[in-house]
Design a protein around this ligand. Structure first.
Ligand SMILES: N[C@@H](CCC(=O)N[C@@H](CS)C(=O)NCC(=O)O)C(=O)O
Length: 224
């Protein structure tokens, strides 16, 4: 299998966690932001990464979107399961996964790039990195005001996740599932922001444990 990705994308990390959890061997191809559209549009009709190419007879050519990649991997390799056998619990996990994907992953992007362009500039102050950050900020409309709204959304999300994770180790049910992997990947960029490290140590411990279970290298800002 081949995973088309941006190496630093938290949505691509989400797909890698699932591949790792299921111990599926795969290779990655890192696309260049901007030029990625030339490859993706004809392949999937979308412009976003990750995209998984199963590269096997009898399988689809390409699976676009991290949520679809979860579904594909579950049917391709059912064990270990990422979907819960209880339908009600899985429905709750689906809802959490969608909320994390559509709302919280985006909010993390806003807070992270806003930080990287200002107080976190020293993380990588090269012209290339700073130009890329400016392009991302323009593309998504990241400003002081929109980053502030995103910060509030993350606060609400972390209150919800802390209740669930502290109650039972997993967000839904008694085993690791799609909601856990999604939260671990999509909140991981916050590890580079000192204020989050100070206020939410349990979050980064949980992200670390999930990465270890999945055999995925730890995100920047989280140490062994
Ligand atoms: N809902 C999508 C979101 C993926 C996404 O936003 N990917 C970003 C990288 S983090 C991307 O490819 N952006 C490039 C673009 O929109 O052209 C998923 O879960 O796969």
């Amino acid at each position: 299998m081949l995973l088309l990705q941006f190496s630093t994308s938290h949505y691509c990390r989400k797909a890698r966690l699932a591949l790792g959890y299921k111990k599926i061997s795969y290779q990655v191809s890192n696309l260049t932001p901007g030029l990625h559209i030339l490859k993706l549009k004809p392949l999937t009709g979308l412009t976003t990464l990750p995209v998984l190419l199963p590269q096997e007879a009898g399988q689809v050519e390409a699976v676009a979107d991290s949520t679809n990649i979860f579904r594909f991997l579950e049917s391709y390799c059912p064990k270990p399961a990422l979907f819960l056998p209880d339908r009600v619990q899985q429905s709750e996990a689906n809802m959490l996964e969608d909320w994390l994907d559509e709302s919280i992953g985006t909010a993390t992007r806003f807070v992270y790039y806003h930080f990287r362009a200002r107080a976190g500039r020293a993380i990588d102050s090269t012209i290339f990195s700073q130009v890329l950050i400016q392009v991302v900020q323009k593309q998504y409309g990241i400003t002081d005001a929109t980053a502030e709204l995103a910060t509030r959304r993350i606060e609400i999300a972390l209150a919800q996740l802390s209740q669930r994770w502290q109650k039972s180790t997993y967000l839904v049910g008694e085993v690791l599932g799609i909601a856990d992997l999604t939260a671990a990947a999509l909140l991981s960029p916050l590890a580079l922001i000192p204020a989050y490290q100070q206020q939410y140590p349990w979050l980064f411990e949980q992200i670390k444990q999930i990465h270890l279970v999945c055999g995925e290298p730890l995100p920047p800002g989280i140490e062994e």
